[in-house]
Write a protein that binds this ligand. Structure first.
Ligand code: PLP
Length: 407
């Protein structure tokens, strides 16, 4: 008897996460054949030799014997206290431990918060390009992504007038990713003020993915949204994965701020959904206080001479020397999002390019259209490799693009 195949959720066909998709699978195949790959697809610090700071490791090691029980669904009280006091210092209104949710990475909390918010057909305003989990989680929680454009010619900053035009009676939230993945844009204060004013006029929840909040270059500033939002309900996301290079520990948090009355049942919904998954990974929670109130270990990496700064410089210089590339220099985060221009861009398809680069040059990048943009002439690389490796990568990219330009 032949059994009918298992049917999966229909809306999965709308979901893409190409950072770990087909190209990554093909790279593993090539590796299994003995070909050494330079993989620039994932912002995974540990894969490039970064380690979580020692004082964070110690904080876990010293308490490992205490990590057996489940914790409260919102997280360990001491961890929530540390997050709330960090937020109070930056001016987040009404940040209290009761309004902090600790999760298994920001990833889990993005999903959980959209599940708490959305009814079928509700709309979420997302940046294009976006970090594609935001689109996926919106879709899988029965919502509809509506994209506001962050165009390269505007430094990848959004246009608040366009955001406001996209608001409909179904819009529930505005998502900001700042500093941005994949573009590296850091939003200026005036821009954030205008977006907050739109949220206020239309009674929208502000959802602010600030996981790269202190990865900034060349004097760029990070402006947190919550202090500007004041009484407006605002959910600010942060975590240990990037700034603290501990992505395998799966520690993230979301802080609900603003007038508690205005956030209605949202707190209760988050608490309930958190309870259904019992609690977040406990050992990682012991590192939160040390991370937020201990030594700043990210600033030296982002300053001249620091590993991330020099990696970014290597990419900027490689693009300047290229005949085929343009780049809005990233102000923050861990990525560059170059554009292919000129003769090489004729008939260019970012997926085909990424595949060709992999097959012929053993370099894995993410096609730009994976980040929900309509154009197909961008790609994303992470800034985590050694600067010399990035220089080598861009030599190989140039070779492929030279061939494209000659076609
Ligand atoms: N948000 C953004 C913008 C990211 O780039 C990432 C990971 O790359 C995440 C969230 C997820 O991070 P976490 O490791 O905390 O789940």
């Amino acid at each position: 008897m032949s059994l009918p195949p298992v049917k999966t959720r229909e809306r999965l066909s709308e979901v893409r996460y190409e950072i770990r998709g087909e190209l990554a699978r093909r790279a593993r195949e090539l590796e299994a054949q003995g070909r050494k790959q330079i993989k620039l697809n994932i912002g995974n610090p540990g894969a490039f030799g970064f380690r979580a700071p020692e004082h964070l490791q110690r904080a876990i090691a010293e308490r490992i014997a205490d990590t057996d029980p489940y914790t409260h669904q919102q997280g360990l009280p001491a961890a929530r206290e540390a997050i709330a006091s960090f937020h109070k210092l930056r001016g987040t209104p009404n940040a209290s431990p009761e309004r902090v949710f600790v999760g298994n990475g920001v990833s889990e909390l993005i999903d959980l918060s959209l599940r708490a918010l959305l009814n079928p057909g509700d709309e979420v305003l997302l940046p294009s390009p976006d970090y594609p989990l935001w689109s996926a989680a919106t879709i899988l929680n029965d919502g509809r992504p509506v994209y506001y454009r962050c165009q390269p010619e505007n430094g990848f900053l959004p246009d608040p007038d366009e955001i406001e035009q996209l608001v409909s009676s179904r819009t529930r939230a505005i998502v900001l990713i700042n500093p941005n993945n994949p573009t590296g844009a850091a939003y200026p204060r005036e821009l954030i003020e205008r977006i907050v004013a739109i949220a206020a006029r239309h009674k929208l929840l502000l959802m602010c993915d600030e996981i790269y909040d202190s990865i900034l270059y060349d004097g760029a500033q990070f402006t947190p949204v919550a202090p500007i939002a004041g009484d407006l309900p605002c959910l600010s996301f942060g975590g240990l994965s990037k700034v603290h290079r501990a992505c395998g520990w799966r520690v993230g948090w979301a802080v609900l701020s603003g007038d508690p009355v205005a956030s209605g049942d949202f707190h209760h919904a988050m608490d309930l959904l958190g309870a259904l998954r019992l609690c977040a990974n406990v050992p990682g929670q012991f590192a939160i206080d040390a991370a937020l109130h201990g030594e700043d270990t990210i600033a030296p990496l982002c300053a001249p001479g620091g590993r991330l700064y020099e990696a970014r410089r290597a990419v900027i210089e490689a693009v300047q020397a290229s005949k085929h590339l343009q780049l809005v220099a990233p102000a923050g985060a861990l990525y560059a999002f170059p554009a292919v221009v000129g003769a090489a861009a004729q008939g260019f398809d970012d997926h085909q390019f990424a595949l060709e680069l992999l097959e012929t040059e053993d370099v894995l990048v993410v096609p730009g259209s994976s980040f929900n943009v309509p154009y197909r002439n961008h790609f994303r690389v992470t800034l985590l490799p050694q600067p010399d490796d990035l220089r080598e990568v861009f030599h190989r990219i140039e070779r492929v693009l030279d061939r494209h330009a000659e076609r």
